[in-house]
Every structure is written in C-alpha cells, then in structure tokens.
Design a protein around this ligand. Structure first.
Ligand SMILES: Cc1ncc(COP(=O)(O)O)c(C=O)c1O
Length: 441
C-alpha cells in the first residue's frame, strides 16, 4: 500500500489554475473537512467561505452521500450509457426533472461545467439544424463570461486571461457587452438599477451578422467566476425577448447558480426567466463526485430526438462517464439532503442578514463596491497601481492564514459559503475578512 502523507512531495502534480511555483514555495494544504470547516495539514481550522469552489452546498462530510457512493461502488461500479442503461441514471434524471423549471426537464449527463457548456452549445447547433436553420452556426457569449475551459466554453467565454494564451478559438463566435457598471451601480443593494438596455447589444450583433447566422446566446444569469456580477433589473427578460424575436436559443450557465445558491433551485426560477437550455455541475453532487448536467427544454429535446431517422443516434455526443453510477448515487443522496434540510430555498431565508452583513464592509480600506444576491457576495477593491490582482491575492493568503477561505478574481473577493451557514458562520466569515481588509496594503 502507498503511504499517504499530509506532507506530500509537491513536484509531480501540475496544478490547475494555480501559480505553481508560488504555491509550491508556500503551499496551502487541506486535509479534511466537516460541516462549514476545513482542516489544514497543520491542524488549523479554516471556515469555508466559498463552498469549496462554489460546489459544497450542503456542507462537508455528509455521511449519507459517502455511504450511497460506497454502496453503489460495490453494487454496480460502472456501466455504459451508450445504447445501454442502468436504473440509477434514470432515477436521478427523474428526480432532477422534478425540481427543474417547468418544461426544461430533459437531462443530459456530463462530468463537469466545462463539458456542460460544450454540450449545450452542441445541442443548440443540433436543434437549429433539425428545424432547417442550418445556417445558424454562430454562438454568442458575453464579455467577462465564464463557461469553463473546453474550446467551446472558452470561445464563448469572455475572460481575457483564459483566452489569450490559446490562439485558436471557435470560428463564428461573438460577444455581447458585459453588464458591470460601477459608476452607476456601485454599492447597490439588490439587483443593479441600471443596465437593462445592455441586452440590446444582442440586437447589434443580429444587425451585424444576421439572425439567420445565430444559433444561441449563452450567459450566466449571475456571473460568478468573473467576480459576482448581478444582472441589472429587467436585463434577462429583455435578453429572452430578443432571443424569441429572432429565433435564437437562450442558454443559461447555472453551474454556480444551480442548486440553491440564490434561494431557488435554479436562477431561472429566481429571475422568472426561462432559458431553452441550462447547464449545471458543482452542487449537483455536493462536489463529491465530478458530474454535470444539461437541462433541455422539451422543445429542444423533442425536436432533436424526434428529428432523426428511427434507429439512428439522434445526438452524436456523450462521454464515457455520462451518468456514471457513483455520481448518480452521490447526486441522489445530495438531493435527499437538499430536500430534507430545505437547502434549495435556504439562501432566501438568510439573504437579508447576509446582505446587511456584507454591506458593512463598504467602509473598509480599498473597497469600491459590495454586491450580493442569495448567499453570494462580491467585494471589489481598488487595484494597486501597476499590480492588478495583487491586493486581493494577498488578502486571500492572509485570510487563509487567519482561518478563512475566500476566492479572488482580479481584485474582487467572492464569498459563497455552504447553504447550511448559520448567522454565527456569517459573522465569523465577515469578521475575519474585515480584519484582513484592515491589514491590506
Ligand atoms: C459558470 C461556470 N461555468 C462553467 C464552469 C466550469 O466548470 P468546471 O470547472 O466543472 O469545468 C464554471 C466553474 O467555475 C462556472 O463557474
């Protein structure tokens, strides 16, 4: 047996989205987790201000999920879902359909948010082709959007640092403008009042390219990874209306917002705007086993599935691990916890306390905006001249050393604790962060 150590050799693992040399010179290692807390390798307790990476919505160390995965591993470890099936994948899809927005309840399993984005984009192209709109091959994203790291998601994504190193992007992609406007919306409580008109940027692209070239537009209803950008009031409704007017499919990326983050199962229910397709991952298994799912409207699903000849594979797409039994077992146990503990609507109960608490940071040094929704917050800092991102990174390190996990993007600090957070946890997170902000240089 290999010996496992809390002090592993760090060289072999090429770490993702990490400054490898910097990390390996001063590593931060997490060894175990329970409830709202991680334990670091030196035994310190670290409160999880970010639900891991926006995924551990029910908190850490949930025994029923562990047991369900263990049971499944010894019953049916793996079985294909290509021209075959296994019951638990159907059961899980059925349970997911029960909490889906009305009519968007056909579920395609993938293994990550990135795969979900690429899958949804391909579904949109397939749909347009089946309805005789095969010239619609253009995909529209939004500046500052994040849809993972596959070539599809990267191409429609709009975070420059994720794009510029990789040259080749998908052809026939364009972007509408982002909605971030500190001049008009800084320190807004609730949704920003200004910016609904930015949805009209899609009309500009229709004018430029022609609607008959555009298959779909993909946006995060609340943009998380770029630093918590809330949609302006009326913006998503307007985007939906423009899509309808021009026969463009609307895709929501709900990889972060799915599974209760805003206080409803999905953000589309929070905003009352229904997409044609939406992507999920992360909270679908409470982060325990990699999985994602694309939810398709009956219109898209039925059109594609009924559009091909009988006996032919209608959608030539899927992954070896689509609907993996262990992930389905984890997902079903996760949904049970969400239902038993009311977690898919729990954020709505604590959101006022959360909002008031995070807005108290507005008088801290360098803070130029505070925004929040559901159980998410973004705290934007002014950048140090010539060193964008440095200030927030130093706060991230200081916070970790003080026992708090936060996430940073540029000079924005994002918070998204597990949905089990009590007021005392909120207080602990914000007291620690306030102390770090006071020490910031
Ligand atoms: C909105 C959104 N889409 C897609 C992804 C990519 O998910 P994954 O890292 O599971 O591929 C993320 C990850 O943070 C995300 O926030």
């Amino acid at each position: 047996m290999n010996a496992l150590s809390n002090k592993p050799d760090l060289e072999a693992f090429w770490m993702p989205f990490t400054a490898n040399r910097q990390f390996k010179a001063a590593p931060r290692l997490l060894s175990s987790a329970e409830g709202m807390y991680y334990q670091s390798d030196d035994g310190a307790s670290v409160i999880d201000g970010t639900a891991g990476l926006w995924c551990v919505n029910a908190g850490h160390g949930r025994e029923s999920i562990a047991q369900a995965v263990a049971r499944q591993a010894s019953t049916l470890d793996f079985a294909p879902t290509f021209q075959m099936g296994h019951p638990i994948a159907f059961d899980f899809a059925t349970r997911l359909a029960e909490i889906a927005p009305e009519g968007v309840d056909r579920v395609f399993f993938v293994n990550s948010g990135s795969e979900a984005a690429d899958t949804a984009l391909k579904m949109a192209l397939a749909y347009q082709r089946v309805i005789g709109q095969g010239t619609r091959t253009r995909l529209i994203g939004r500046e500052r959007g994040y849809h993972g790291v596959g070539f599809g998601g990267m191409s429609v994504g709009g975070i420059v640092g994720n794009r510029r190193a990789f040259g080749t992007q998908l052809p026939y992609v364009d972007h509408i403008r982002h909605t971030h406007d500190l001049e008009r919306n800084a320190f807004t409580k609730g949704l920003p009042a200004h910016g609904a008109e930015l949805a009209d940027d899609l009309e500009r692209l229709v004018g430029l390219h022609g609607a008959d070239t555009i298959a779909a537009v993909i946006v995060e209803p609340m943009a998380g990874s770029t630093g918590v950008l809330l949609p302006p009031k009326g913006y998503l409704e307007r985007l939906r209306a423009i899509c309808d007017k021009h026969g463009i499919l609307l895709i929501f990326d709900e990889v972060i917002t799915g599974f209760g983050r805003l206080g409803t199962p999905f953000a589309s229910q929070y905003f009352g705007v229904t997409p044609d397709l939406f992507t999920t991952a992360k909270g679908i298994t409470n982060g325990t086993v990699p999985m994602g799912a694309v939810f398709a409207s009956r219109k898209v699903h039925d059109t594609v599935v009924e559009g091909g000849p009988e006996g032919a594979i209608e959608f030539a797409h899927g992954y070896t691990y689509s609907g993996h039994p262990l992930a389905c077992a984890a997902g079903l146990a996760t949904l049970d916890i969400y239902a038993q503990e009311g977690l898919l609507t729990r954020a709505a109960e604590i959101t006022d306390y959360w909002q008031d608490s995070v807005h108290q940071l507005r008088d801290c040094p360098f803070v130029i905006d505070v925004r929040s929704i559901g159980l998410v917050a973004g705290i934007e800092l002014s950048s140090r001249p010539g060193a964008p991102g440095a200030r927030a990174y130093e706060i991230f390190v200081d916070a970790f050393e003080s026992g708090l996990l936060v996430r940073t993007t540029g000079d924005i600090i994002a918070l998204s604790p597990p949905l089990i957070a009590e007021k005392s946890h909120v207080d602990e997170i914000l007291t620690k962060l306030r102390d770090c902000l006071k020490r910031a240089k």
